[in-house]
Design a binder for this molecule. Structure first.
Ligand code: NAP
Length: 288
């Protein structure tokens, strides 16, 4: 068997286009576009690239893009004051504080200060709690994107054996909640899991969100499984450069899986597209 390679880029382009069409309708109805504002603290180069891409895609979808860049030396109180000002700004529907924050700033405190109705990253405890209890919520973008790809490949997920490797608040836990809500039978693995290979061998749906290059070996994979690789690991190449690779041994998995996402070009592009969808959702909810 050779797996079908899931084209996350193409799926994300289609989602961004449909969001842009709905934004046009929103503007016609409300006389203004949804607004997304990103807060970037410090000069982490990877974060700067993400923020630039988010700004570009926000504008391309017809939304208003705002950006606040603060120096790494900024105090937690100053960041909290900015978040409070953004909460109070009626023209802003979505607030995203780019992680990681410098060590002297308590990220949990900053995320909890965002108005949950503007929490387009879905990291606020209110949104996490609403997702966990089956209420409508702003759901984290990466697992939302993964679910769209899985459902497109498999259709109905009811009764499917799913394994999520990783239990972060950003990916693993919300991913497990989304799959549970679709009536999959979900196992969550983490760094203390015994016999990871045995769990992988049972999974019809495998989501790897770990951050360890090629942790999942191709021969572990259940034949025909849908393999979603969230990992984004930068590894050195022989020519002294570097490249991105996933948590799954892609070449090995290709021969056994039914569907697989490449890295890059799989899950990554879906994340920003789902952020735009969340911003539109937040704007609609705020304006009734
Ligand atoms: P994280 O917060 O570091 O969580 C990693 C999880 O992996 C933890 O739950 C950890 O277990 C588990 N883990 C570590 N080593 C393991 C092992 N040997 N076996 C099984 N589980 C193990 O990371 P994250 O934020 O969820 O991100 C995970 C990966 O996804 C990273 O590569 C990140 O760059 C990528 N990512 C990609 C996107 C995207 O848009 N494509 C978005 C977000 C993240 P413990 O809980 O026991 O420590």
């Amino acid at each position: 068997m050779t797996a079908i390679i899931i084209d996350g880029k193409a799926r994300a382009t289609a989602l961004r286009e449909s969001v842009a069409a709905e934004v046009a309708g929103f503007v016609a109805a409300h006389g203004r576009a949804p607004g997304l504002t990103v807060v970037l603290v410090g000069d982490d180069p990877a974060s700067a690239v993400y923020v630039r891409n988010k700004g570009r895609e926000t504008l391309a979808a017809g939304m208003v893009s705002g950006e606040h860049r603060l120096p790494a030396s900024v105090s937690e109180a100053e960041v909290l004051a900015l978040v409070a000002a953004l909460n109070a700004d009626e023209a802003i529907d979505g607030i995203l504080v780019q992680l990681p924050l410098p060590r002297h700033i308590d990220a949990d405190r900053v995320l909890a200060a965002i108005n949950p109705a503007k929490d387009v990253d879905g990291f606020h405890p209110v949104n996490a709690g609403r997702l966990a209890t089956g209420l409508d919520a702003l759901v984290p973008c990466t697992p939302t994107g993964c679910l769209l790809l899985i459902e497109e490949a498999l259709g109905n997920l009811s009764g499917k054996e799913a394994l999520v490797i990783g239990r972060s608040n950003i990916v693993g836990k919300p991913m497990a909640a989304l799959l549970t809500a679709r009536s999959a039978t979900v196992t969550i693995a983490h760094s203390r899991t015994v016999d990871l290979a045995g769990h992988v061998a049972r999974a019809e749906i495998l989501v790897a969100a770990v951050g360890v290059p090629h942790l999942v070996k191709g021969e572990w994979i259940r034949p025909g499984a849908c393999v979603i690789d969230v990992g984004m690991n930068r590894v050195a190449t022989a020519d002294g450069k570097s490249r991105l690779t996933g948590d799954v041994d892609y070449d090995g998995a290709l021969a056994r899986a039914g569907w697989i996402t490449p890295v890059p070009g799989g899950v990554g592009p879906m994340t920003i597209a789902c952020l735009l969808a969340n911003t539109l959702k937040a704007a609609r909810a705020r304006l009734g």
